[in-house]
Design a protein around this ligand. Structure first.
Ligand code: UD1
Length: 420
């Protein structure tokens, strides 16, 4: 078993190396199945979810290994389209293999996918849009998919689901016709998926807008492709919110300002000043004047991301005022607040809203992480409190952050991973 021991109260100073985006890398690993060649994903984080996706590629007959920080995926030998429960229960991203396997073989079969414990995560939107695109779906104890036609088609998502958008793109890239997908999610990671698929020979346009058009390609040529994914805007946001609580000055190696603009809008001129050049964040200086973050509505990109909602709630408990957060994406994503309350934080949850009354005296606590981003929120909480806190359930945090304690330690935080 592992836990983090955090002695909070230190300011954070220094430069941070941001990892490639988890939410870009996971669908890219699945998409490599379509290619039938070698994909090199540069600066790939060695996080638990990536390791599980690598096992999935191997189970299907491919090869997946790290060469230093580059993930090498050799999918030429993939010869299976069935994913059993032990491969899918741990990780929701296993669902991305459906679109990729449909493009490669016309078939896919998976058990119900698992994932972070952040509330109900149905797959009905995935199923409905695949059906619109000519896929037969059998729903029993597991899900089986088969292409009855391969001529493209039109579908409109009833909600901007990130995963359903990505699955529909992957399922359509290799076809005999044109596919139009409307009301799609617009996350930067979807643009990355488009760029990767186009790099291997796909003909996709529109990612980042409401409508994606895919001209089907019959065969992909080429044997190797190198791809550098977008940087992890959620990791950027986690460090900025940690800085807002601790104070200090953080330097970045030029992270996209636009991809973090929803966070910047509420935090700039309140907790910090952000210095950017040519659309890239270079430095964030924290001045300790946090007045509460007001009303924050969590919605699909470009709005405030649900994956930073817990970290924002933790930061808000150190501010000197009121913050109200409404999560319209995962409406029950507040389980972690019970842990934050152990420190004395004044947090009340009503349905999909959370009210944080900042400015209370907070004291150290023993906290338990129950999900990835909730776990990151507990770290931020502990960093801001003088005294020794512990955070168990570290395996949840390892799903999405590559050595978060080492990076924080380099910035001056007193945080250690303890094995017991
Ligand atoms: C992705 C991200 C995750 C992020 C989320 C929302 C990856 C690997 N994960 O997850 O980190 O928190 O986007 O930004 O990229 N829904 C349905 N039916 C469906 C699909 C989704 O009702 O078929 C609902 C979900 O329950 C949720 C909302 O739609 O309430 C958003 O889900 P979605 O955008 O699909 O998230 P994921 O792709 O699972």
């Amino acid at each position: 078993m592992e836990k983090f021991v955090v002695r909070g109260g230190n300011k954070l100073f220094g430069e941070i190396e941001i990892q490639s985006a988890k939410n870009s890398v996971l669908p890219l690993i699945a998409a490599s199945i379509i290619y039938e060649g070698k994909t090199y994903i540069e600066d790939c984080p060695k996080i638990y979810d990536v390791l599980v996706m690598m096992k999935i590629i191997e189970k299907l007959g491919g090869k997946a290994y790290f060469d230093k920080n580059t993930l090498v995926l050799d999918t030429e030998g993939v010869n299976d389209w069935n994913l059993p429960e032990d491969m899918t229960k741990e990780i929701r991203a296993s669902l991305f293999t459906v679109g990729a396997l449909l493009s490669r073989f016309g078939y896919a079969s998976i058990s119900a996918p698992g994932g972070c414990n952040i509330g109900s995560r149905p797959i009905d939107i995935h199923i409905d849009c695949l059906k619109d695109l000519g896929v037969n779906v059998y729903e029993g104890e597991s899900f089986s998919f088969s292409k009855k036609t391969n001529n493209g088609g039109i579908t409109k998502l009833r909600y901007k689901s990130v995963g359903a958008t990505e699955n529909a793109i992957m399922a359509s890239v290799k076809s005999n016709g044109v596919t139009v997908i409307e009301n799609v999610a617009k996350e930067p990671e979807i643009v990355d998926l488009q760029n990767y698929l186009n790099a291997i020979g796909g003909k996709i346009s529109g990612a980042g807008s409401d409508r994606i058009v895919i001209e089907g390609v019959k065969k992909f040529n080429g044997k190797e492709v190198r791809f550098k994914p977008v940087k992890d805007r959620i990791e950027v946001g986690t460090f900025i919110l940690a800085g807002a609580v601790c104070g200090g000055e953080l330097r970045f190696k030029g992270e996209s300002f636009e991809n973090s603009s929803a966070l910047i809008k509420i935090i700039e001129h309140n907790a910090c000043k952000i210095y950017s050049k040519n659309g890239k964040i270079e430095c964030v200086k924290f001045d300790g004047q946090t007045h509460g973050y007001g009303f924050v509505s969590v919605d699909p990109y470009p709005s405030f991301p649900t994956d930073l909602q817990p970290q924002l709630v933790a930061a808000a408990s150190f501010s000197d005022g009121l913050t109200v957060v409404v999560d319209n994406v995962f409406k029950r994503r507040f389980g972690y607040t019970e842990q934050l309350k152990k420190t004395g934080a004044d947090i009340a949850v009503y349905d999909n809203a959370c009210v944080i009354n900042g400015g209370k005296k907070l004291s150290s606590a023993e906290m338990i992480a129950g999900d990835l981003r909730g776990g990151a929120a507990l770290i931020i909480q502990a960093l801001g409190i003088c005294g020794e806190s512990t955070i168990s359930g570290v395996r949840h945090i390892d799903r999405g952050y590559d050595g978060i304690e080492e990076k924080l330690h380099l910035l001056g935080a007193d945080i250690h991973r303890i094995y017991y």
